[in-house]
Ligand binder design. Structure first.
Ligand code: AMP
Length: 230
């Protein structure tokens, strides 16, 4: 199963991905997280990505697609060893039409396909407020909000005890640029997936647990025979 989470920065993709991965038996392919890890390690790719990320610009498609291909190869190995792993959950990828087409090709070569695309819909005016209060665990993935999703102890990750920090690209300037890029380049992808009958929309302005349940319902395959009359 391959599920794509779509939505602008601040819509809650990272928060929801954390909850959905164990529920759905999927592994994460979160390109932003992969780039941040590479930057922390100081690899050439990481250093190149960091300067673009900090300015709120996209990493070039060929680099991003290459990274996702590597993750798909690793996923293939993992699934051959662990039948509980059912596929991948994509967060922050694809962001351009070239990336969407490359993902189709990469999955097609593996006799797989995108099964669902879920848009987490949040009113535009709420996004900046959400991004300003966002805090992330210095170790990586865990996401909090000072008001809407605070940790138990201020400034400390509930899960691994690491300090919580603000992302380098959550500055007002970078946030403005990232949202502009989303609405110009990534939002048109919704039509691409809607046209294939894959797009489902959930209300992302609801409480976190409700959003999770709505996504789980949206990606469950419809049982054969369901909805048939007579
Ligand atoms: P995110 O954590 O998804 O908000 O991503 C953080 C940053 O990583 C973005 O602002 C981009 O600079 C870069 N990035 C993440 N995913 C992609 C992608 N699919 N294509 C290009 N750049 C990306």
């Amino acid at each position: 199963m391959h599920v794509i989470l779509m939505g602008p920065q601040g819509s809650g993709k990272g928060t929801q991905a954390e909850r959905l991965l164990p529920r759905l038996g999927l592994v994460s392919i979160a390109t932003g997280e992969l780039f941040r890890n590479a930057a922390r390690l100081g690899t050439p790719l990481g250093l190149r990505a960091k300067s673009l990320m900090d300015r709120g610009e996209l990493v070039p498609d060929d680099v991003t697609i290459g990274l996702v291909e590597e993750k798909l190869d690793a996923l293939g190995v993992l699934r051959s060893r662990d039948p509980a792993v059912l596929g991948a959950l994509y967060d922050g990828f694809p962001r351009t039409e070239a990336q969407a087409r490359a993902l189709d090709d990469a999955l097609g070569r593996r006799s797989e396909r995108v099964d669902s695309v879920v848009l987490i819909d949040v009113p535009r005016e709420r996004l900046v407020e959400r991004l300003a209060g966002r805090r992330v665990c210095a170790n990586g993935g865990h996401v909090y909000h000072t008001v809407f999703n605070p940790p138990k102890v201020e400034g400390v990750c509930d899960i691994c005890g690491a300090p919580l920090v603000q992302r380098a690209d959550d500055t007002p300037d970078a946030v403005r640029r990232r949202l502009e890029t989303y609405f110009r380049t990534t939002e048109p992808l919704l039509a691409f997936y809607r046209g294939r009958g894959l797009l489902k929309t959930v209300d992302g302005d609801a409480p976190i647990d409700e959003v999770t349940e709505a996504i789980v319902r949206a990606v469950q395959p419809v049982p054969s025979g369901a909805g048939r009359v007579g």
